[in-house]
Design a binder for this molecule. Sequence first.
Ligand SMILES: Cc1cc2nc3c(=O)[nH]c(=O)nc-3n(C[C@H](O)[C@H](O)[C@H](O)COP(=O)(O)OP(=O)(O)OC[C@H]3O[C@@H](n4cnc5c(N)ncnc54)[C@H](O)[C@@H]3O)c2cc1C
Length: 524
Amino acid sequence: MTKTCDVVAIGSGHNGLVAAAYLAAAGKSVIVLERNAWFGGGVVTRELTVPGFRHDQHSMAHIFIQGNPLLLNDELGLKSKHGLSYIVPEMPMMSIFEDGATLALYRDRDRTCAEIAKYSARDAAAYAGLAAQAAQWLPMIAATLYSAPAPMGASTALLDQSPEGRALWRTTQMSTHDLLTSVFEHDRVRMHFARVAGENLVSPDEKATALGVYVFVGFLEAYGFGVPRGGSGALTDALIASIRSHGGEVLADAEVERVEVRGGRARGVRTRDGREFAARDCVIGAIHPHHLGETVEGIDPRIAASAAATEISPNACITVHAALREPVRTRAGEAPRAVMVELLPDRYETLRRSFDELRYGQLSPYPLIGFGSLSQFDPTRAPAGAATLHAWDYVPYVRSDGRSWDGAKAQYAERMLEHMRRFLPNLTPANIIAYHCDSPLDMERTSPSFVHGDLHGIAMSTYQSGAHRPTPELAQYTVPGIERLYLVGPFQHPGGGVFGAGRATAMRICEDLKLDFARAVARA
Ligand SMILES: Cc1cc2nc3c(=O)[nH]c(=O)nc-3n(C[C@H](O)[C@H](O)[C@H](O)COP(=O)(O)OP(=O)(O)OC[C@H]3O[C@@H](n4cnc5c(N)ncnc54)[C@H](O)[C@@H]3O)c2cc1C
């Protein structure tokens, strides 16, 4: 039996839900189909360890979505009507070094400068300059993040027309390392910012990554790192509530096998268990470029082939989620008060060499561990006095020793915990009630977006960014030759992260359906 609606969305990741929610608000009947038994893809909170402990399985800090008009102007009423709220701690990030010394980044620039001055007065002044530049660039950068990407050639030509534009272009081409060595003198300050930018899964030595430092600092000061009350999944819950309030449906255990195309137009989808959903207006698909060819009937084989050739990042994620009897403390006996905490070696070179090893498919000799313990900000996540811990490290998807991550992850998780104990002495076996580890294999099983454990879906290299993301043909969220099929996912512009990028897809759909996007927003 076929069920018919206006819009069928494949996947309940936040981007698919955002796109579907705008269309539901515009008056379209919407059905979202999710292959998992739960919703949210990378934006999900689950009791992964023991009851009462709620873990953000993937994303935990909602950073870039804070500048999206979706939240900035509360366009869908997620905050005012559907229960979404954020805690915004004053200290988004900190680093802890081997000897127990720390370096924190605050939203307040003067406080950050005072932290950096512990290491170098010159670097503190340099940070003030970098942060001022980041604030100046932020509106322009933010303007590119929540709509379809501008053409590559035109954007570059525009930048080339002024000294300011050329300075920005230069920064876009530099490596994080090039930038940091030119701005800062102290090894630890350089390392701290290299690791901040490294949260994008990139080595500081990767060319064309330096702008990431400005983007992080700009967002961090302007918006802070949002910690959703109730967990990352609170965003998913609010989006689903919005869709349902407009009569839309969001269904679990519905894996789409095929997008059905007739007369060059997407007409609906078929699920793996044989159900059919017809779409009068359009299909929205969280379809990874590597899977487009097998999922979309009649797709141009050249388009499918170039999508299949998109490159995955060599650095995959592995995570440990722990339920703790008591919050972690540093060697100085303090609870780290930042949203994200980086555990760093004594020398910057050690960090760079660890990233280097990943290029060759080796485990990094010095773990690249970051963690967050968000129950300190949001007590709804753990029983009174107890805590949650979310730790991550970077590893190759294919291990050079030939072992499968299924067999090897338990040993690796123990290695991570042992390493963390050097910085957090009370992270003892007695303090850990239970823990859950997701290897890169688990990551791609939870969402096909995370192919090979790449949280961006595909690498964020320049040739796969902006108007070339994932490929030049697919960058406008459409599939040439197949009308009314629209794409969402971390592999589309602007990339991996909780951006709410489905808004740009919804804008594109409204344009094609001759719907007034602004009126849809007003109706919501
Ligand atoms: C470990 C980890 C930590 C992260 N931390 C952060 C962070 O702190 N901050 C941040 O901003 N970002 C973070 N990210 C990145 C962020 O989570 C993702 O980039 C983002 O969630 C992508 O959202 P999406 O909606 O595009 O795709 P996804 O979240 O991947 O959603 C896609 C959904 O579609 C479903 N689906 C796919 N194919 C089908 C099909 N055929 N049929 C039915 N359903 C289907 C999937 O099951 C999934 O639910 C992290 C990612 C990982 C893996």
